[in-house]
Design a protein around this ligand. Structure first.
Ligand code: IZC
Ligand code: ZN
Length: 425
């Protein structure tokens, strides 16, 4: 009997399914199952067939896509972005060139606080239009699942305004969005001398956030001059007791011990880890916490130091990669470029890099069972790349290699161009 599909992708040169169980840890990150001369069939938005292109010749389909011998992979997952904000910070690039450190700019009332000023002033509509613009661009680069944080309001109204923008995008945009409350992103000027009162104020918002389903994760910037390990511990414990999963901006600029805290709290992910200690890395490797590395930040802040990805992987940790898209320390939507940085600066091999932007990135946002893999029954989030093999993307850097993106089985990007339209209500 001839099989019938809504969509059939044939003539795939290399198919990366990322098949496996759970996140890929340590050594498991090095093993990739590669299918050659493959085909993928899709019905009702889900993967219905994975096999040889030869076998698919007898199949019928409404839409047949010829991959022309190119690479096909799961849609990429970006597990750490600051998607919703107003304004931009190009003026700070000059300060950085003059050697003014990131934390010094923040101390002077710039950095995050400059974006807070702009975001407080912006209407929800303005924030929505801008966030959609950036999200469309991520999709055009092959990213089909994105985590988005608040944290540029630092007051009730603006934090909720940011989270509501994410919710509207969740309801209409092809990209799957996962929302994180980062009210503890910086100390606003009005609470300069009493940060603990500020943290309590942010905790009081959690009931509304929960009632309106505005976020599933709570995050904090644990950093010198921002929030201490002790403040981060009690803040995240309170969030956990209300039923939120937690994440930490840990050891990004200075080594404080945020990595150890993430493991202690059973955080779903611990992010940045540039200054993670030997002990922190060992504990991370022995835990279920995903190490989310953001080499775009070290690159853009002109740092010599990058997260010790090699040691993390050799110790057995599950490593994911992300853009950290934000207007200050990493203004890029291009996860493919981050894959190049991972190769050049983190010394990760292509097999590890692919795990880090698919399955492990999905586990870093509790979507490990839904995104990041091409397996029967799962949502058909698929990218066809204009490249001959999977090692080519980290190698040929700085450009967009996407040919076609399918989201839940529908073509949403063709030849690298997105026509994603969403109803604005
Ligand atoms: O706007 O600078 N590190 N938060 C913590 C950021 C970078 C984003 C920003
Ligand atoms: Zn961040």
């Amino acid at each position: 009997m001839t099989r019938h599909f809504d969509t059939l992708i044939v003539n795939i040169g290399q198919l990366l399914t990322m098949e496996g169980d759970g996140p890929a840890k340590g050594e498991q990150m090095k093993a990739l199952l590669l299918l050659e001369h493959a085909a993928v069939g899709i019905n009702d938005g889900k993967i219905a067939f994975i096999g040889k292109s030869e076998e698919a010749k007898s199949f019928h389909a409404n839409i047949v896509i010829d991959a022309n011998g190119k690479l096909v992979t799961p849609g990429l997952v970006d597990p750490h972005t600051h998607l919703v904000f107003a304004g931009s910070r190009e003026h700070e690039l000059t300060l950085k060139q003059q050697g003014v450190p990131y934390l010094e700019i923040l101390k002077r009332g710039g950095g995050i606080l400059s974006t807070v000023q702009a975001t407080r002033k912006a209407s929800e509509e303005e924030l929505f239009t801008k966030a959609k613009f950036h999200l469309d661009r991520m999709l055009s680069y092959g990213v089909t699942t994105v985590e988005a944080k608040s944290g540029y309001g630092l007051d009730e109204d603006t934090e909720l305004k940011q989270l509501r923008v994410v919710k509207r995008l969740q309801n209409g945009h092809p990209v799957d969005l996962i929302s994180t409350f980062l009210g503890a992103h910086a100390i606003p000027p009005e609470y300069k001398n009493n940060p603990d009162d500020f943290l309590e104020k942010m905790l009081r918002l959690l009931d509304t956030i929960q009632k309106e389903k505005l976020a599933e994760f709570v995050d904090i910037f644990c950093e010198t001059g921002v929030f201490t390990v002790e403040q981060s511990r009690s803040f995240l414990q309170a969030a956990k007791s209300k039923g939120f999963d937690v994440k930490i901006h840990a050891d990004e600029i200075e080594p404080l011990g945020g990595t150890e805290l993430a493991v202690e709290l059973g955080a779903v992910s611990s992010d940045h880890l540039v200054g993670a200690s030997d002990d922190g890395i060992a504990r991370l490797a022995g835990s279920d916490t995903i190490a989310v590395l953001l080499p775009g930040t070290s690159f853009y802040l002109g740092k010599e130091k990058y997260a010790r990805a090699r040691e993390m992987i050799e110790a057995g940790a599950a490593v994911a990669l992300s853009t950290d898209f934000n207007p200050g320390s990493s203004p890029t939507e291009n996860l493919q470029f981050i894959m190049s940085l991972a190769a050049l600066k983190l010394k990760m091999i292509p097999e590890e890099i692919w795990h880090a932007v698919t399955v492990n990135a999905a586990y870093a946002i509790n979507r490990g069972e839904e995104a990041g893999r091409i397996v029967i029954g799962r949502k058909a989030d698929i990218v066809i790349w204009d490249v001959p093999n999977y090692a080519y993307i980290p190698y040929h850097y700085g450009v967009n290699h996407v040919n076609t993106v399918l989201k839940a089985g529908k073509v949403v990007v063709e030849r690298g161009r997105s026509d994603a339209t969403i109803s604005v209500s």
